[in-house]
Design a protein around this ligand. Structure first.
Ligand code: CO
Length: 285
């Protein structure tokens, strides 16, 4: 059994997206362009509605999956598949844009916080031009395993024999939200070969001798066991892992394909109003 150690710590970069919403980006920055199969990770956190209320009006995606997890606050979603999602605090949405989706993501003004993550997961060449698909689950539909001093919420993948509701068949993404009381040890067998990372969003952690301060993003080395120890305050973090695709990546904004030719095609399809093709979308609630 080899412990997963920390390979790289990334500092988040503030980026303005959509209609002027500030997000804190880690994957998808100059310091970490991609982390195969992951293309981007944004963390958003604000208690001021003026920061985010303009939201993310209609915009396209092609060639990958967006995975949105709302920690606090609401997000109204509308897309070219005909879905009208309403994510509440604790809910998660998996949207396979594949051949093309146009959607809007509008934070809804609610008292208090607006906090969450958006992760982009790449698709293999064989799936980039397939039909889009959509999965959305409320907080109540996402299982938790609790033991003394810890709680693990399983959004996707398996933890201690319990499967999360979001099925990510190709890259087999594991997505866990872990809460630890002070001075607790979390252990998990994270299958070797999966590319993994941790984002600590409350307090701090120690992983294999490396201190992860609040808002640390850490890339994990390969291995098959993971141990994370909280400090003198309760800590909360996400652990995400997935199967690398090992394919060429050519990205132009919201289009991620394998070749420049395919990117030119995506831009031309979007400009000609045919990015969203007449392919039946797959919905699985
Ligand atoms: Co989007």
């Amino acid at each position: 059994m080899a412990a997963r150690t920390i390979k790289q710590l990334i500092k988040a970069q503030a980026v303005s997206e959509g209609a002027g919403v500030t997000v804190h980006r880690t994957i998808g920055t100059a310091a970490l362009k991609h982390l195969d199969p992951f293309l981007m990770l944004d963390y958003f956190n604000s208690d001021n509605p003026d920061d985010y209320i303009a939201g993310f009006p209609d915009h396209p995606h092609r060639g990958f999956i967006t995975f949105t997890y709302m920690l606090d606050g609401d997000m109204l979603h509308r897309d070219s598949m005909g879905n009208q999602g309403h994510l509440h605090s604790g809910g998660a949405q998996w949207m396979k844009a594949a051949s093309g989706v146009i959607h809007s993501e509008m934070p809804k003004q609610v008292a208090g916080l607006m906090r969450g993550f958006q992760l982009w997961i790449n698709l293999p060449a064989s799936e980039k031009m397939t039909a889009p698909a959509y999965q959305e689950f409320s907080d109540a539909a996402i299982p938790r395993i609790s033991s003394a001093g810890q709680q693990v919420k399983i959004l996707s993948g398996e933890y201690q024999g319990v499967r999360g509701p979001i099925i990510d068949a190709t890259t087999q993404v594991i997505y866990l939200d872990v809460s630890l009381q002070a001075a607790q040890t979390f252990s998990h067998d994270l299958e070797a070969g999966l590319q993994g990372f941790i984002y600590v969003f409350e307090a701090e952690l120690n992983v294999a001798g490396t201190r992860l301060a609040e808002h640390s993003f850490a890339v994990l080395n390969d291995g098959d066991t993971l141990q994370a120890v909280s400090g003198d305050k309760p800590a909360r973090f996400i652990i995400v892992a997935g199967k690398p695709l090992r394919e060429p990546i050519v990205q132009y904004g919201p289009f991620v394909m394998n070749t420049t030719e395919e990117i030119k095609q995506a831009i031309s399809d979007y400009n000609n109003g045919v990015l969203v093709q007449n392919k039946a979308a797959v919905n699985s609630y």
